[in-house]
Design a binder for this molecule. Structure first.
Ligand code: NAD
Ligand code: DAU
Length: 354
């Protein structure tokens, strides 16, 4: 392992949340070697890590987590003490178009990583950890009231959430069967910089900027609980270092928004930033055919994480949203690079028939 005290693999480190987690770990833990293991799918982007990719404790490995042989070789090469697993197919709409891609990466890929950890850590599991990053969507959907707690039964309803639920179950199966040291966290919707513009907030920012229609699914009544992505990364850091093996932690923003209210807030914020008349961008709102099986409401109860480990969100939503809009307006090159031909094709497939 050379001069490093610890060797940590972060899978999916070139994605949205993964890049924030990688940046935090590379900067905060110079004595740890951080290996970003990423297949660079449409969602993976090494530009997300330009500011840290020259630091001596950062390494990138271009690899698919479903490829057992390659993952085995990486474990041999780096002798990982821990894995923080974020690599996944992550977009619900794409899971409706192509469910098996989600079964492959999210279920098989997680299985390959778990099995490789089991083999490599069989003699000594001290200070080893498989940290699985999951989602609140495994709990299904809420009505008008109530919250998801760590005890809420799993009830996934999309191919994406079902594949994440299956991966969570596999993680716990390796804990119970092989005593693999694992922790899972289930987080609500993230927002912030470097978010791929297929998801609600960056898609709306990009469309408002270009005066394109703003496609709101159904009546816009669905509710999501939004968390600043850097607060999620901070929660992962806290749980990674202080969480209890075998436990699950819910992470959320205590910040529920109806989609339509959120889109209207973005419109008014961007009208001001872009020097447009008040109400101008709202005229772009277009109600389109609803998402199949669209979950009505997500809301996380993050009390356990707060009480046990002292974590709480740091940013007010309006402040975080303004920072996010500013980031997109100031990073035209990034958004231009990720909205090329492949994205245009996806956008046409996803929205032309709605
Ligand atoms: P993302 O789609 O932005 O990034 C996924 C990353 O995984 C990309 O870099 C991609 O190249 C990589 N990847 C995909 N398939 C791979 C494979 N087979 N092998 C190696 N790398 C592969 O995703 P995100 O939004 O940053 O989500 C990261 C994790 O957090 C996911 O596990 C997701 O389920 C979970 N999560 C996301 C949110 C959210 O709001 N985005 C909320 C809670 C949990
Ligand atoms: O809750 C955590 C989950 O949040 C993560 O596990 C997922 O990886 C992440 O993608 C996110 O899932 P959602 O489906 O909630 O996110 P999305 O941004 O796709 O949609 C948010 C809401 O906005 C949802 O109710 C659907 C709606 N929507 C979305 C898009 C892309 C629209 O109305 N119009 C759109 O064009």
């Amino acid at each position: 392992m050379g001069a490093f005290q610890k060797s940590i693999a972060i899978t999916g480190g070139a994605g949205f949340i993964g890049s924030h987690v990688t940046r935090l770990f590379v900067k905060n833990y110079p004595s740890c070697r951080i290996v970003n293991v990423d297949a660079l799918t449409y969602a993976g982007n090494l530009e997300n890590l330009r500011d840290i990719d020259q630091l001596p404790n950062y390494i990138f490995e271009h690899a698919d987590i479903c490829d057992e042989q390659t993952i085995e070789q990486l474990f041999g090469k780096y002798n990982f003490d821990a894995v923080i697993h974020l690599a996944a197919e992550s977009h619900v709409d794409r899971s409706i178009m192509d469910p098996l891609a989600f079964v492959k990466t999210n279920v098989l890929g997680t299985g390959v990583l778990l099995n490789t950890c089991r083999k490599h850590w069989s003699d000594n599991r001290d200070n080893k950890l498989f940290y699985h990053v999951s989602t609140d969507e495994v709990y299904g959907t809420l009505g008008e009231t109530g919250f998801f707690t760590e005890e809420t039964p799993y009830d996934p309803r999309s191919p994406y959430s079902a594949s994440k639920a299956a991966s969570d179950h596999l993680v716990m199966a390796y804990y119970h069967t092989y005593s693999l040291p694992v922790i899972i966290s289930n987080c609500s919707n993230n927002y912030g910089s470097h978010h791929f513009p297929e998801k609600l907030i960056p898609l709306m920012i990009n469309n408002i900027k270009h005066r394109k229609p703003l496609p709101v699914y159904g009546k816009g009544e669905n509710v999501r609980d939004w968390l600043w992505v850097e607060d999620h990364a901070r929660a992962i850091d806290t749980i990674f270092h202080s969480g209890t093996i075998g436990e699950t932690y819910n992470i959320g923003g205590f910040n529920e928004w109806k989609n339509i209210d959120l889109v209207k807030l973005l419109c008014s914020l961007m009208d001001k930033k872009l020097g447009r008349a008040a109400g101008e961008s709202e005229k772009l709102i277009t109600y389109v055919k609803d998402r199949a099986g669209h979950d009505l409401r997500y809301a996380i109860d993050a009390t356990k994480l707060n009480k046990a480990l002292g974590w709480k969100p740091s940013l007010q939503f309006e402040e975080g949203l303004e920072k996010t809009v500013d980031w997109y307006l100031n990073n035209e090159e990034w958004i231009n690079h990720v909205t090329t031909g492949q994205y245009q094709q996806y956008y046409a497939d996803q929205y032309s028939r709605r």
